[in-house]
Write a protein that binds this ligand. Structure first.
Ligand code: AMP
Ligand code: GLY
Length: 413
């Protein structure tokens, strides 16, 4: 099989590497890919970055299967475009991708199908939203409806903060349209978990649970980031929590997908808050997580290409997904100044010395056989061990080998 992976980050590096391990795959093209995918066995980068060009390339190269990384292409309808051209692709259609593309749509879907989630209201009128802030409890969470590159959620501790947030979303229009509709939601206290599942629209199966670390600094301090590291499994997802997740969130979501006739064959990511009253759903993402993929896929024993093909054929109910009996730890190395002002172009030393970890590239430039930082999140390392402590120890030992100016990473993943 010739496989195509769409995207250019660490998640796509992890997907391409895992797919390349399959005996079924002869070649894995990555569009546009990165320095990491460039160096993987069987992988090749193709420097194109829009849907028409992807379709043209897939037709010309007789691509057998395409796997989509980022939500951007999914919400733009890449799956619909491939299907119209008779091409096999893994991911939800544009309609189904609204589960991530519109927070108001997602919350209304959760309510309609009784998926356990925080209480909320949706507003399109600024004055109505502002009035609503008068008589509610704080903190409260304000969410821009549309995609806002991970910046569209603000936890407001006071009415003043909430008013400022609302003004910037709806009047200043800082997200260029994405904040014209807002969700105002009850604040939930707890610990978070990422549970990525796979579905063919009839069956849904969970992968190993994971825990992302969103804040920049140790102890969950500092600004929010795209994710600074992941452990899998997530120790807060006890058997009890997992059963409640399946019953109150996962199964009801599948009911909704069926009832609404959503054409969904892909990964679906549940962002969970585990509270005193059990797990609540914070959000859907219609894709794998980044860096969750870099921690979860190294634990997968099964052949991912095979699992995806079965899913596309509607046979997920007969497919066993097997996992290594152990744990993984993924730690992100970010550039100087990340997330507000990442400095690019610092030379990275030590990459060739990594032995006890998988290296996943997010933002690196290769020039004259040297590596340079070329993004906020630069790379991440994942080690697997029989226990989480073992995985952690291994990954931090490897990190010692890597050096670049202003390198930032968390010591407490
Ligand atoms: P979302 O994109 O909806 O997952 O929100 C991004 C982040 O905001 C989550 O990972 C949580 O840390 C936080 N968050 C979102 N909704 C809530 C809520 N209702 N209560 C507390 N924290 C929340
Ligand atoms: N790591 C969070 C996400 O992929 O959305």
């Amino acid at each position: 099989m010739k496989v195509l992976v769409l995207g250019s980050g660490g998640r796509e590096h992890a997907l391409a590497k895992k797919l390349a391990k399959s005996d079924m795959c002869s070649r894995v093209y990555v569009c546009p890919g990165n320095v990491g995918t460039l160096m993987e066995d069987k992988c090749e980068n193709v420097n194109i970055d829009n849907i028409d060009e992807f379709v043209e390339f897939a037709k010309k190269e007789n691509i057998d299967l395409t796997v989509v990384g980022p939500e951007k292409y999914l919400t733009l309808g890449v799956v619909d475009a491939f299907r119209e051209n008779g091409l096999k692709i893994f991911g939800p259609t544009k309609n189904a991708a609204l589960l991530e593309g519109s927070k108001a749509y997602a919350k209304d879907f959760m309510k309609k199908y009784d998926v356990k989630t925080a209480a909320y209201e949706v507003f399109e009128d600024y004055n109505e939203a502002k009035d609503y802030l008068e008589n509610i409890k704080y903190p409260v969470v304000i969410k821009a409806d549309g995609l806002a590159q991970g910046k569209g959620v603000v936890i407001c501790n006071s009415k003043m903060e909430a008013e400022d947030t609302l003004y910037s979303f709806m009047i200043d229009d800082i997200f260029k349209g994405s904040g014209q509709r807002v969700v105002i939601e009850e604040y939930l206290q707890g610990v978070e978990a990422s549970i990525i599942c796979i579905t063919d629209g009839k069956t849904i199966k969970p992968f190993i649970s994971a825990k992302d670390h969103k804040r920049l600094n140790d102890g969950d301090e500092g600004p929010n980031t795209g994710g600074m590291g992941v452990i899998a499994p997530n120790r807060y997802v006890t058997d009890d929590v997992f059963e409640n997740f399946k019953k109150d969130i996962m199964a009801k979501t599948l009911d909704g997908i069926k009832e609404e006739n959503l054409d969904y064959k892909g990964f679906i990511y549940f962002g969970i808050m585990i509270t005193e009253n059990g797990p609540y759903l914070l959000e859907y993402n219609v894709r794998f997580g980044d860096p969750e993929a870099q921690a979860i896929l190294p634990l997968m024993k099964s052949d991912l290409a095979n699992v995806i093909l079965d899913t596309l054929e509607g046979k997920l109910h007969e497919t066993d997904i097997e996992w290594i009996d152990g744990a993984s730890c993924n730690v992100v190395l970010a550039s100087n100044g990340y997330p507000s002002n990442p400095v690019l172009g610092d030379e990275i030393l030590g990459l060739n010395d990594i032995e006890g970890a998988d290296l996943f590239v997010s933002g690196i430039k290769l020039y004259d056989e040297k590596f340079y930082t070329n993004g906020g999140r630069v790379l991440s390392l994942t080690s697997v061990g029989e226990t989480l402590d073992e995985a952690r120890e291994k990954v931090y030992r490897e990190i010692e080998k890597i050096k670049f100016n202003g390198m930032q990473y968390r010591r407490d993943i």
